[in-house]
Design a protein around this ligand. Structure first.
Ligand code: CA
Length: 220
C-alpha cells in the first residue's frame, strides 16, 4: 500500500515512517504542504496521513484542493488541535477520519486499515449494459428500474462490477463484507442473479476460483 505521510514534525515523521514501514506500508514523506501537493499530483497513493498545521500550504488547503481535483483517496487527518471546529472543518473539507495528537501507533494503524477496507464511495455511477450503480447515492437500477439491495448484496455487486471480467474470490468477498462468514456467499450470489435478471449482465461461477461479472450475449 502506497501511503503519503504529510508531517512537518521530523521526529514524529521519522517514528511514523519506521512504524508504517513495519506495518508494510510503502511510505513517501512530505514535510510541507507544497511538497505534498506535488507528490499527490505526480504519484498514485492508496491513502494519505495529513497533518493540518504545515508550512507553505496548510493541511486543510491541501485537503480541499485534493477533493476539488476529484481525487478520492482516503485521507486521515492528524491534528494537535483538539477543538471541535477543527475536526468539523477537516471532515467538511473531505477528510475520512482524524486522529488527535498524541496518539498510539496501533490506533493509527487500525484506522488506516479500516479506511482501506471501506474505501471511499467514488463519485459517478458505474454501468454495464442495463445495470447501473450510483455509488454516491447508493442506488442500483436494472434497465432503468430501481433495485433494492441489502448492504451485503450492494457490497458484493459493487465488488463484482468494479472487478468486471476478472474473477472475484470468496476471500475477497468476505474481506469486502468485513466478516468471517463465507458460508452464505452462494446464497447472496443466488439472490443477486435473480435481481440482475433482464440487466444483460450475469454472474458466472468459475469453479474453484470464485465469481465473475460479465455482459451476456443478449443485452437488455
Ligand atoms: Ca504540524
Amino acid at each position: 500500500m502506497n501511503l503519503l505521510l504529510v508531517e512537518d514534525d521530523t521526529v514524529l515523521a521519522d517514528a511514523l515512517q519506521q512504524q508504517l514501514g513495519r506495518a508494510s506500508f510503502k511510505v513517501e514523506w512530505a514535510d510541507n504542504g507544497a511538497v505534498a501537493e506535488y507528490l499527490l499530483r505526480k504519484q498514485d497513493f492508496d491513502i494519505a496521513v495529513l497533518d493540518l498545521g504545515l508550512p507553505m500550504v496548510d493541511g486543510l488547503t491541501v485537503l480541499k484542493r485534493v477533493r476539488e481535483a476529484g481525487r478520492s483517496l482516503p485521507i486521515l487527518v492528524l491534528t494537535a488541535l483538539d477543538a471541535l471546529e477543527h475536526r468539523v472543518a477537516g471532515l467538511q473539507a473531505g477528510a475520512d477520519d482524524y486522529l488527535t495528537k498524541p496518539f498510539d501507533f496501533p490506533e493509527l494503524e487500525a484506522r488506516l486499515q479500516a479506511l482501506l477496507r471501506r474505501g471511499r464511495p467514488a463519485g459517478p455511477a458505474i454501468q454495464l449494459r442495463g445495470l447501473s450503480l450510483d455509488r454516491s447515492a447508493r442506488r442500483a437500477t436494472v434497465a432503468g428500474e430501481p433495485v433494492e439491495l441489502s448492504p451485503r448484496e450492494w457490497t458484493l455487486l459493487e465488488l463484482l462490477l468494479t472487478e468486471r471480467d476478472r474473477v472475484v474470490t470468496k476471500p475477497q468477498i468476505v474481506e469486502a463484507w468485513g466478516s468471517e462468514d463465507s458460508g452464505s456467499i452462494e446464497v447472496y450470489i443466488h439472490r443477486l442473479r435473480k435481481k440482475l435478471d433482464g440487466s444483460g449482465v450475469a454472474v458466472r461461477t468459475v469453479r474453484g476460483l470464485g465469481y465473475l461479472l460479465e455482459a451476456t450475449a443478449t443485452s437488455a
